[in-house]
Ligand binder design. Structure first.
Ligand code: PLZ
Length: 454
């Protein structure tokens, strides 16, 4: 496993400084240097751009993030599921440096270059479904989702779009409309894009429904409140990210896909968070036996560089007229070089197996904690995308205060964890696949201590 060995040392291919793979706190957080930088942040950056870990990062790699005071934190967040191959994967670092020396930009809509086409070919090959596919590249997950909706509308000649309860699709105007949660994503930022409708999701821990029953409920609501003949697309995360790592009951997603096919509705899987080996398969859709018409990707695609994609059936992707899709930076050559290096790592460094292995450590340890502590109501997710939902053991009511307290305690002890969920009562684990087992286990030890103390 070359990736783990080389990246876990933190050694750069050019022989740069090594990052010790350890949790090390030399100050309380923030330390004095970070505090100084964060004070400048408060002066220079608007409050809307908030942060959860009170440090200023100066380096990251393997399974750690180093701050300006020399603290080394265990990374169980990957910058929200982005640095899946690691924060400084040697192949990515080398590809970025080489491409930057060659050219940084021409604009693919002006002078195309091969690396964009290679990324498109790789995504057409790697995404579920053996049908003919095409791919367009963008800069962010939100932009990919926006463009998937544009393509679906042009293809169908219809305008309505259905998203689901707890869904998260971005912060732009259309994707805010698609996103379910008001605070902090939407509140005060309307009016939102029209013709967006919401359907109930399968949420096994809370609705107790079979996949088939949950799908029937959603489909009836869509038929009655929207009408299939008006509907361009259904947009859904196969496993929800920000919404709480909700894994739908078996059969839910296939039933929705089948209904979409029967009604000429484009099924869009938003795999921005769940894609690229994170769940123990290249894409989460594979685990539910579905072949989306369109699939949106970003985050893990390019080892930390901003890149996103819409991949899907060639005849749908080609519905948009020439010049109808694009953007100045979409498929930037440095981001494409990084993506090709990351995809090489996903395919050749055993990262899918690594995600499965990390998932088994997370699952075993978190379920053991749940057995001892009824405040953990649910352990769910797949692979290196696993979470725990905190509840009041008597009533199952969401316990956001506990999730927040445990997350803050972990961070203060040098372990980066993220919360999520509509009710804010979920702690999610998204470690880079370059983290070592020891470090991951140490992170979970810290979690167990934080939980016991809370
Ligand atoms: N679709 C499924 O998870 C981004 C955003 C966090 P962008 N999720 C993290 C935050 O507070 O902004 C995301 C996602 C899914 C779309 C997006 C949007 O991707 O690259 O952030 O635009």
């Amino acid at each position: 496993m070359t990736l783990i060995d080389s990246d876990a040392t933190g050694t750069t291919p050019t022989g740069g400084p090594t990052l010790a793979q350890e949790r090390r706190l030399v100050t309380s957080l923030p330390g004095p240097r970070s505090a100084e930088i964060l004070a400048r942040k408060a002066e220079a950056v608007p409050v809307g751009v908030a942060h959860t870990v009170p440090i200023a990062a100066v380096a990251a790699g393997g399974g750690v993030v180093l701050d300006a005071d020399g603290n080394s934190l265990i990374d169980l967040g990957s910058g929200i599921a982005v640095t899946t191959v690691g924060s400084a994967h040697p192949k990515v670092v080398a590809a970025v440096a080489a491409q930057a020396a060659q050219f940084t930009h021409t604009c693919f809509m002006i002078s195309p270059y091969e690396s964009y086409i290679e990324v498109a070919e790789a995504l057409n090959r790697l995404t579920p479904g053996t049908f003919a596919k095409k791919t367009a590249l963008f800069n962010s997950g939100s932009e990919a989702v926006e463009n998937a909706v544009k393509i679906a509308r042009k293809h169908t000649g219809r305008s309505a779009v259905v998203a689901f309860d707890h869904g998260y699709h971005g912060r732009t105007n259309l994707t805010m409309a698609l996103t379910a949660k008001s605070m902090p994503y939407k509140s005060g930022f309307g009016p939102f894009a029209p013709e967006v409708y919401r359907a109930p999701l399968s949420y096994p821990f809370r609705d107790g429904l079979s996949g088939a029953d949950a799908a029937a409920l959603a489909i009836t609501q869509i038929e009655k409140q929207v009408g299939a003949e008006n509907l361009a697309a259904v947009v859904i995360e196969p496993i929800q990210g920000e919404g709480g790592f909700i894994v739908p009951a078996d059969g839910f997603l296939p039933a929705i896909v089948e209904w979409c096919r029967a009604n000429g509705v484009v099924f869009i899987a938003d795999e921005v968070q769940s894609g690229f080996a994170r769940t123990g398969t290249m894409f989460a859709s594979e685990q539910f036996g579905i072949e989306p018409d369109l699939i949106t990707t970003a985050k893990g695609i390019a080892g930390g560089l901003p890149l996103a994609a819409v991949t899907g059936r060639a005849e749908i992707m080609d519905a948009a007229h020439a010049g109808g899709l694009g953007g100045t930076y979409g498929g930037n050559p440095i981001a494409c070089a990084a993506a090709l290096a990351a995809i090489d790592a996903f395919e050749n460094d055993g990262l899918i197996e690594r995600a499965q292995h990390i998932g088994s450590i997370l699952g075993d340890r978190l379920r053991a904690m749940q057995t001892d502590d009824p405040r953990i109501g649910d352990v769910r997710g797949r692979g290196a995308m696993t979470a725990i939902e905190f509840v009041d053991p008597e009533t199952n009511a969401p316990d956001a205060a506990l999730a927040g307290a445990v997350a803050r305690a972990c961070i203060q002890s040098g372990v980066i964890v993220l919360t999520c969920g509509t009710y804010g009562n979920v702690i999610r684990f998204l470690p880079p696949l370059s983290i070592g087992d020891d470090l991951l286990n140490e992170g979970l030890d810290v979690l167990a201590d934080a939980l016991a103390a809370a």
